[in-house]
Design a protein around this ligand. Structure first.
Ligand code: ZN
Length: 303
């Protein structure tokens, strides 16, 4: 089955079973109650799997201070993915023109100006500024569930413009962070395999923009900073990343003044499960009706 056919048949099946609710824009859709139930149950399973981390938990909204993107130089690497929030700052005459453009289905972007917030492109970005200062001995582990936005409209259901990620973030000394990352690589693979999902793990790169981005990707690969756990969802030959592991070295520690207990610049790493992707993989592999999923899989999600 080609990737295009695979994408269409999965999307059609999810819609036919009320799991996804089309809303028009590509890569944007509603989630039905059964879809959300499976997502919540997978989230709870992740919590149980990571219990020994005793992670702190915090919730951030889907918009973040746009200065965070400036500080991590996001626009150098991913200008094509960013989602900036704009609003209207003009006078009544200008407002009337804006409304007229909108009513005619015209381009009303020129009437808007940039606000102080952007859509979060990664769920962990709002966290790093809050870690500024000296970490406790042994560092910190924080757990988040949040929405991320990427401007990549697509008919392929696993390539969404807005999606949730369950993340864990570790900040500490380099050896602590790497040991934690490696332990979670095993935990993440074990977790997905326990749900009957056939995984493969590989070094990966982020979709850096342009020619300079190619070099950044090559360096990221060379240093093995990013790993992905993939499962065939749309196609066998191009499996979908369900879980990704990123080692940032001292990038965020240096930018946001995060120090270890002994005064060195902290290193950070994060891992994230793409929640909708995991749920779609379960429906793809086990069928669209959870009541008929294998007993071993149901025991994991309905303990
Ligand atoms: Zn992250």
């Amino acid at each position: 089955m080609s990737a295009t056919n695979g994408a269409q048949s999965l999307y059609d099946g999810l819609v036919a079973h009320g799991l996804l609710v089309p809303v028009g824009a590509a890569g944007v859709f509603g989630r039905g109650a059964v879809f959300e139930d499976v997502l919540d149950r997978f989230n709870a399973l992740v919590t149980r799997t990571g219990a020994s981390d005793r992670a702190e938990s915090v919730m951030f909204p889907p918009v973040i201070d746009r200065r965070v993107l400036d500080r991590v130089r996001y626009l150098e690497s991913f200008p094509q993915l960013c989602g900036s929030v704009h609003s209207f700052f003009g006078d009544p005459k200008r407002a009337a023109e804006l409304a007229e453009q909108s009513a005619q289905g015209g381009d009303w972007g020129p009437y808007l100006g940039q606000t102080g917030v952007v859509l979060a492109p990664a769920c962990c970005y709002p966290l790093y500024p809050t870690l500024a200062g000296t970490l406790p001995p042994g560092g910190r582990v924080v757990s988040l569930l949040g929405w991320a936005y990427r401007h990549e409209p697509s008919a392929e259901p696993t390539r969404m413009q807005a999606f949730r990620v369950r993340e864990f973030i570790r900040a500490g000394a380099p050896d602590e962070v790497l040991e934690w990352r490696d332990r979670w690589l095993d935990l993440g693979v074990g977790l997905l395999e326990s749900l009957g999902l056939p995984t493969q793990t590989d070094v990966a790169t982020d979709p850096f923009f342009g020619r300079r981005g190619k070099m950044m990707g090559a360096s990221q690969k060379e240093q093995k900073l990013k790993f992905e756990v993939m499962v065939p969802v749309i196609s066998e030959t191009e499996p979908t990343a369900l879980c990704s592991f990123n080692y940032h070295q001292d990038k965020f520690g240096a930018e946001f003044d995060i120090l270890t207990a002994d005064g060195a610049v902290a290193h950070t790493a994060c891992l994230g499960f793409g929640m909708e992707r995991v749920v779609m993989a379960l429906f793809k592999v086990h069928g669209f009706v959870p009541e008929s999923w294998p007993a071993a899989v149901r025991r994991q999600l309905w303990p």
